[in-house]
Design a protein around this ligand. Structure first.
Ligand SMILES: Cc1ncc(COP(=O)(O)O)c(C=O)c1O
Length: 361
């Protein structure tokens, strides 16, 4: 079986060293020393002012929406993971979809302005597959209309734009450190911001609103993460550059093997350093995609229609975004993980080319 993704697992002894410390201190959660150490190391690695380690990338979005006091309508993208939309609805706001830019697959910033109403409070955009949104235009529109900006940067760890981490854009960026992400803490995520006041609000939110044992600030949630998860992050961070380099090599090899395949590969027009977090490809038709998924499945190759369906088709949403509808019906992510072998990549490519050649005859 070749799965679509495999989590990175570091050498066990390195994790065990951290476990020994946890046992000695008997401090498992509630803002322990390893959580603090991970936050420090991440801020250093990414050159950020403020970052909080939280339970996952979904609660990160919920905390971000709460911290900015958003209400009414939030302009967002229909081409993202369900958590981007469900967090908006969970926080009592209404997602308003703006269609995507077929080049970047992110929200089409040039279409945002016509969707703004007197109910709009923010823009929540996703850097899809780590491909940056048009951050400059989004910032300009948000400033002109006095809107907040949140970036769902779940896929964008390590990506740089304008010489700095992509997490530095927007009022808040959120990330997921789920086991399938390039940097992971098994489960986990982060909220990142520049404003210390917003940081303070998010720190209260993450811990039930606690301001000391008997005083509370705002409506909180349990968004904390544990020493065990932080330890996994501390070890994995040592291997991150190696993991990204390996994924880059795998991506370039796929591109070579698949050069005769009649598909399009999304590019990264705005990024200076990319993280190779996924290997998406866009088929000419949904029919060809389904034929390919079927044959790959027969040979036990996992792949994923990511993202499908377009989020405007959820039971609790709506909206007319034909480009996202069309793209989500034709896009497929191939297996990509650091231990994927050249032989496995060759087999995947052979199967995909076989579908194409069979369909021609
Ligand atoms: C774009 C996007 N946003 C949010 C999330 C949610 O992150 P988590 O699984 O850590 O809650 C994901 C997870 O896959 C995602 O891909």
């Amino acid at each position: 079986m070749i799965p679509v993704t495999k989590p990175f697992l570091p050498p066990k002894v390195e994790y065990q060293e951290y476990l020994n410390g946890i046992w000695e201190r008997n401090w498992l959660t509630n803002n322990g020393p390893l959580v603090n150490e991970l936050e420090l190391q991440l801020k250093e690695y990414l050159n950020l002012d403020h970052l909080l380690f939280v339970a996952n990338g979904t609660v990160a979005l919920q905390i971000a929406i709460k911290a900015l006091d958003l209400s009414g309508e939030i302009i967002t993208t229909p081409f993202s993971y369900v958590a981007t939309t469900s967090s908006i609805v969970w926080e009592g706001c209404k997602p308003v979809y703006v269609d995507i830019d077929p080049k970047t697959l992110c929200i089409d910033a040039s279409k945002i302005e016509v969707a703004i109403t007197d109910q709009t409070s923010a823009i929540l955009a996703t850097h899809v597959y780590g491909i940056p949104c048009d951050v400059a235009l989004i910032e300009e529109i948000a400033t002109r209309h006095n809107l907040k900006v949140i970036y769902d940067a779940a896929h964008a760890f390590g990506v740089k734009v304008g010489g700095k981490s992509i997490f530095q854009y927007g009022d808040i960026s959120t990330c997921s450190f789920h086991a399938t992400k390039i940097f992971h803490t098994i489960e986990g995520g982060a909220v990142i911001c520049k404003d210390p006041e917003i940081l303070k609000k998010m720190a209260y939110s993450r811990n039930f609103g606690h301001d000391g044992p008997e005083k509370f600030q705002g409506v909180g949630i349990n968004g904390k993460n544990s020493e065990f998860h932080a330890a996994m992050g501390l070890v994995n961070l040592r291997y991150l550059d190696e993991i990204i380099q390996k994924r880059k090599e795998l991506t370039l090899f796929y591109l070579k093997l698949l050069s005769q395949l009649n598909v399009e590969f999304p590019t990264q027009p705005n990024s200076e350093s990319y993280n190779y977090s996924y290997f998406p490809m866009v088929f000419q038709t949904e029919e060809r995609l389904l034929e390919s998924v079927k044959l790959l499945g027969e040979y036990e190759v996992g792949c994923r229609r990511y993202f499908y369906p377009s989020l405007n088709h959820l039971s609790y949403t709506g909206g007319h975004t034909p480009l996202s509808d069309n793209l989500s019906s034709r896009i497929l992510c191939l297996p990509l993980y650091h231990t994927l072998s050249a032989e496995e990549q060759r087999m995947i490519a052979r199967l995909l080319l076989r579908v194409q050649n069979h369909s021609k005859s």
